[in-house]
Design a protein around this ligand. Structure first.
Ligand code: HEC
Length: 137
């Protein structure tokens, strides 16, 4: 009887074939890993670097409505408090310590005659300045 070895051989062949197909199926689409990812998030995408730079440029430009100050809580208050005397450029170029911001505030009031706002607004503005233009973070 040669039927049993034949059946075994056929079964083995079928198994190998179906395993092969299953493997092939899992490997099919090289783009599948990228599907669903937001544009620019893939390090293999040659456009990623350029998109990231465009995003940075947007941040660097800030909000044009507020003299190019970066968006954030206190941006508007900072703008109106500070542009009475000078442009926002002098602020945007700063990278000073938190302590230095407190000193600058005092100097602006005592030496330059800046009219200080309500304490809450002062805190808001100083927090904004320290968050965005500090050398400490
Ligand atoms: C009453 C006017 C006035 C107001 C309001 C004012 N400043 Fe100034 N500020 C000045 C003057 C004057 C200078 C010196 C400008 C110069 O050197 O050309 C100055 C300079 C600066 C400098 C540069 C300091 C340095 O080390 O050179 C910074 C930073 C600054 N101001 C931040 C601010 C911020 C932030 C605000 C708002 C919270 C503000 N200023 C509001 C008058 C003012």
């Amino acid at each position: 009887m040669r039927i049993i070895p034949t059946i075994v051989a056929a079964t083995v062949a079928a198994l190998i074939l179906s395993t092969g197909l299953a493997v092939a199926e899992t490997r099919l689409d090289p783009m599948a890993v990228l599907a669903g990812r937001p544009a620019g998030s893939d390090p293999l995408d040659p456009m990623t670097a350029l998109r990231a730079r465009a995003d940075l440029a947007e941040v660097a430009d800030g909000n044009q409505e507020f003299g190019g100050l970066p968006d954030g809580e206190g941006a508007e208050e900072t703008y109106y408090q500070c542009v009475a005397c000078h442009s926002t450029e002098i602020i945007k170029q700063q990278r000073v310590t938190d302590h230095r911001w407190d000193e600058l505030w005092r100097w602006m009031v005592e030496a330059q005659g800046m009219v200080g706002p309500e304490p809450d607004t002062k805190t808001l503005i100083l927090t904004y300045l320290k968050t965005n233009f500090s050398s400490e973070r």
